[in-house]
Design a binder for this molecule. Structure first.
Ligand SMILES: Nc1ccn([C@@H]2O[C@H](COP(=O)(O)OP(=O)(O)OP(=O)(O)O)[C@@H](O)[C@H]2O)c(=O)n1
Ligand SMILES: C[C@](O)(CO)[C@H](O)COP(=O)(O)O
Length: 251
């Protein structure tokens, strides 16, 4: 598998990526904002930016930095090697992921018809997954999400009133119909912008907002290495995946 994708067809709509990177990383534990913590000595955000810029279809990456960290993020982008064919913009983020994505969308120049949203917290997504999402949108999907089948059985419960109390199980959804969705999620820009203008309730992903508009969303093949670094154990896994890649690449 190459770590850079083939060039896009000349007539394809231009594609930009918004990377929300403004979260604190509370579940990861005390320390710097999650996106600025290192993996293999390189900030997680830089891994995520490189993963997006590895797609030749991507010509702009908008990084949504921690609200007081835009200068630091700009300096990180200046001091790490990144492809010259890609432009980079940094904007300060907001209180929630949703608000951070909206601020990133507002920074997009008009010529970008396709927008991907990718968590800085998914630093190791392979370029093939990025290209699969872009391809689905180019071929006419309004929204496309990378997704994987589940290994665990999932239960719907009545959430406990206090932590540690038993939770009554309400239902067991049919696992074969469930998917764990990842990022980058890809969109026709106009639809994603409309979703961020109209949908105000709490959501956990951008595709969910598009679903609330009544627009169709398709799931495409995700990848195990696109996992989200959320808790301390995820960092251990991410370091191991990175070490294996470096060994395979011979550096
Ligand atoms: N106000 C926020 C909150 C989150 N994010 C980003 O959204 C992505 C997914 O969020 P998550 O993994 O939940 O990150 P955190 O919010 O940092 O984690 P936690 O909930 O543990 O604090 C991350 O890249 C995070 O930086 C953001 O840009 N702005
Ligand atoms: C967008 C996302 O990564 C899709 O799985 C996920 O919903 C983000 O959730 P988080 O709690 O903000 O990390």
């Amino acid at each position: 598998m190459s770590d850079v994708s083939p060039p896009p067809p000349a007539e394809a709509a231009r594609t930009a990526v918004v990377i929300p990177a403004a979260g604190r990383g509370v579940r990861l534990g005390p320390g710097a904002p999650k996106a600025l913590r290192t993996l293999g000595g390189v900030p997680m955000l830089i891994h995520a930016v490189r993963a997006m810029a590895a797609s030749r279809a991507v010509s702009l990456v908008v990084v949504v930095a921690p609200p007081d960290g835009a200068a630091e993020v700009k300096s990180l982008l200046d001091t790490h090697a990144l492809p010259e064919r890609t432009d980079f913009v940094v904007v300060p983020g907001g209180e929630t992921r949703q608000e951070s994505v909206r601020l990133g969308l507002e920074a997009l120049p008009p010529e970008y018809g396709i927008v991907l949203v990718h968590d800085a917290a998914r630093p190791l997504v392979p370029v093939d997954t990025v290209d699969t999402v872009i391809e689905a949108v180019r071929e006419g999907a309004v929204a496309a999400v990378p997704a994987l089948p589940l290994a665990d059985t999932v239960k719907e419960v009545e959430p406990a009133a206090a932590p540690g109390e038993p939770e009554p199980v309400l239902a067991t959804p049919e696992r074969a119909r469930l998917r764990a969705v990842q990022t980058p999620q890809g969109f026709a820009r106009a639809t994603l912008v409309r979703a961020h203008e109209q949908i105000t309730g709490a959501v956990t992903d951008d595709a969910g907002m598009v679903e609330q508009l009544g627009e169709p969303v398709v799931a495409v093949a995700g990848h195990e290495e696109a996992f989200k670094v959320t808790r301390p154990l995820d960092l251990v896994l991410a370091e191991a995946v990175l070490a294996r890649r470096r060994l395979n690449d011979g550096f």
